[in-house]
Design a protein around this ligand. Structure first.
Ligand code: NDP
Ligand code: A1CAB
Length: 267
């Protein structure tokens, strides 16, 4: 099985890092292509993967071809490679706001097309990826794709129409979490905590909080109540967050992200 990755930017290289750290397939069976020759030279050396000379060469030799270029570049890439794809090639897009139908319109409805929405924690094998399949994907191919996606984290099949909101609660979420963590560190610095210590403390606390929710399966409200002593420190902080419309602001952010994804798709 040969895996090709077109576009080795933030997300493409995160997937590359995750897949090569797993035992999904041997690194020599992975080939990458990016317009930036220096970047692919470095990545191919770092991960022991092959590099293609161009998109066409990669499309011809890949069984699964991951498209990880910006959404506005997708039509150009598809146009270029459409004659290099066989009916067996699985084209897997990670582009925000690019539908399965849009891809089929360019390469043909007889082709195998998968739409996904991963996230950058893939590079530490803690990614979360949503997936929707077109009707040409067989059950055994679905299993293989889940193995691929699970090699760098977890994955879930969703209805394609939910991809927009999924982007709002997962694809883009790492950025909101990092802004929250940076703001927490600023608060710590304001109160005299050295910044490097603050980042370490906050990252471990966010990791532990997420792990607790996954492992205990308790409602987040219950986990919150377990931290919140009557008349204590936590409720004093939560009151400030509520006064600042924390929850409403987060909900608006998810809505705005979802709407942007729909706008990019022309919906
Ligand atoms: N970043 C993220 O967290 C996530 C991104 N995505 C999706 O992933 C895709 C890529 O995003 P991201 O990695 O952030 O973007 P980047 O700009 O970091 O990466 C895209 C890469 O593709 C290269 N490129 C441009 N044209 C071509 C081409 N014709 N052939 C090969 N490579 C090309 C770019 O080179 P150059 O810079 O020289 O143009 C760049 O290195 C997008 O569609 C986005 O919606 C999905 C989930 C999460
Ligand atoms: O910001 C973006 O458009 C991409 C999609 C999800 C995360 N990054």
């Amino acid at each position: 099985m040969k895996l090709g990755i077109i576009g080795a930017g933030n997300m493409g290289s995160s997937i590359l890092k995750g897949v090569t750290s797993s035992n999904f397939l041997e690194n020599k069976n992975i080939t990458i292509f990016d317009l930036n020759k220096e970047k692919i030279q470095e990545l191919s050396k770092e991960y022991g993967v092959k590099k293609a000379e161009n998109e066409n060469e990669l499309a011809k030799e890949s069984d699964i071809l991951i498209l990880s270029v910006k959404p506005n570049i997708i039509p150009k890439v598809l146009d270029k490679i459409k004659d290099d794809l066989s009916e067996k090639t699985i084209v897997l897009s990670i582009a925000a706001g690019i539908s399965i139908g849009f891809i089929e319109n360019i390469i043909g409805t007889d082709k195998k097309v998968i739409r996904t929405m991963p996230n950058t924690p893939a590079q530490v094998m803690e990614g979360m990826t949503a997936v929707s399949f077109n009707h040409n994907i067989q059950e055994n191919e679905k299993s293989m794709i889940f193995k691929l996606l699970n090699s760098f984290g977890k994955s879930i099949e969703i209805e394609e129409k939910l991809m927009h909101v999924y982007t709002g609660i997962s694809g883009s979420l790492p950025a909101y979490v990092y802004v929250f963590m940076e703001a927490l560190a600023d608060g710590g610095v304001l109160e005299g905590m050295p910044r490097d210590k603050a980042y370490e403390i906050i990252a471990q606390t966010v990791l532990g909080s997420a792990k607790m929710m996954l492992e205990t399966k308790k409602h987040p409200g219950i986990l919150k109540d377990e931290v919140t002593s009557p008349g204590g420190t936590t409720i004093a902080a939560l009151k400030v967050l509520e006064d600042g419309k924390f929850r409403g602001t987060v909900m608006e952010a998810v809505k705005s992200c979802t709407e942007k994804s729909k706008e990019m798709a022309g919906e």
